[in-house]
Design a protein around this ligand. Sequence first.
Ligand SMILES: Nc1ncnc2c1ncn2[C@@H]1O[C@H](COP(=O)(O)OP(=O)(O)O)[C@@H](O)[C@H]1O
Ligand SMILES: [Mg+2]
Length: 382
Amino acid sequence: MNNPTAKALEIRGLTKAYPLPGGRTVAAVRDFSLRIEPGEFVTLLGPSGCGKTTVLRTLAGLEEPDAGEILLEGRSIATLPPHRRRIGLVFQNYALFPHMTVFENVAYSFRIRRTPEAAVRQEVAAALKAVGLDEMGGRLPGQLSGGQQQRVALARAFVMKPDLLLFDEPLSSLDAKLRVQVRGELRRLQKRLGTTALYVTHDQVEAMSLSDRIAVMRDGQVAQIGTPEEVYSRPASLFVADFVGRVNALHGRVVSHSNGYATVDVLNHRIDVPMSHVVGTELLILARPEAVQLRKAAGDGPVGVVEELEYCGDEIAYRVRVGTVLVVAVESALRRTWNIAQGDCVGLHLMQKALHVLPADVQAPMSEREIPSDDSTSMEAA
Ligand SMILES: Nc1ncnc2c1ncn2[C@@H]1O[C@H](COP(=O)(O)OP(=O)(O)O)[C@@H](O)[C@H]1O
Ligand SMILES: [Mg+2]
């Protein structure tokens, strides 16, 4: 964030509905507001259909909003045509011109502006070098791999030194290994140039690793905005908790309280949480799998049976049945000390510091969550 010309983006009350046949409409984005600081990298994270692309398209001028304001450094861009908005766009399908060389693809915006040849050569060469394609300028897109084509698209977005970079799932057509590699390059480039960026994805790992802040979206609105750590550790709802990672959502009931601590009954055991609540209040205790520890010799906590053990390379996941509830716990595969096998009887320890407590009524209606039909795989407390 050391680019003195970087610009803040402010979106206020953006609303967009699409007409459907029969005179009905679909509300794609509803009263959506977001501020991005100069040079900041913000990601819109949400399920398919929640309105992410619609937000980007209205920013780029490809879609006209029904209401709302879009301000770059305080100045409205709503009335500017797309090519005058100084916005760099990268899409999932690279959208390169197949008959133009890599060099000319990157140079395209300069050609439209009739930029002098010497400047074009210099800027395009620098951009291609930045994405590691300095040798490839003479090739056609069809002669490049998918990862290389997406790097060309990156160079084309960066080369104009735009005020704002917009990315719509740019890595989703790359295979897993390339995705991680191009992701790193994209982030380094954005950091180095200090350009304000808005990135769209439905992949929480991508959002976590790239972003200064994440705006989790649901039904055309922002469900929560915060740093990756905030949305992961202190989600505002079960929807957010669930979308940014695996989570055990355990029902709890306050049985007593004193000195700012509530004693809560969870899995038929008592834990203390630092909040005051009326006795009888129903709560949702969120525990990430890494916040659950298992012990072979049962301690004084809840006891369960390991139904399934999943080896994931870097970690081992255990599904433990505690009465009617399935709890997931993970252990680092390298520092494997639990020494637990399928069928073992184990004691569970919920790491108090890593728990997050929500009022029970904040949780999403079950019908709106993707819960597997086979309820034995659900992490939901019964
Ligand atoms: N051109 C369109 N016409 C009608 N409905 C659309 C159009 N584009 C998007 N939608 C609808 O608007 C909602 C948001 O879509 P979109 O912004 O593409 O979501 P996302 O990018 O998060 O998947 C969806 O319900 C989608 O079906
Ligand atoms: Mg989309």
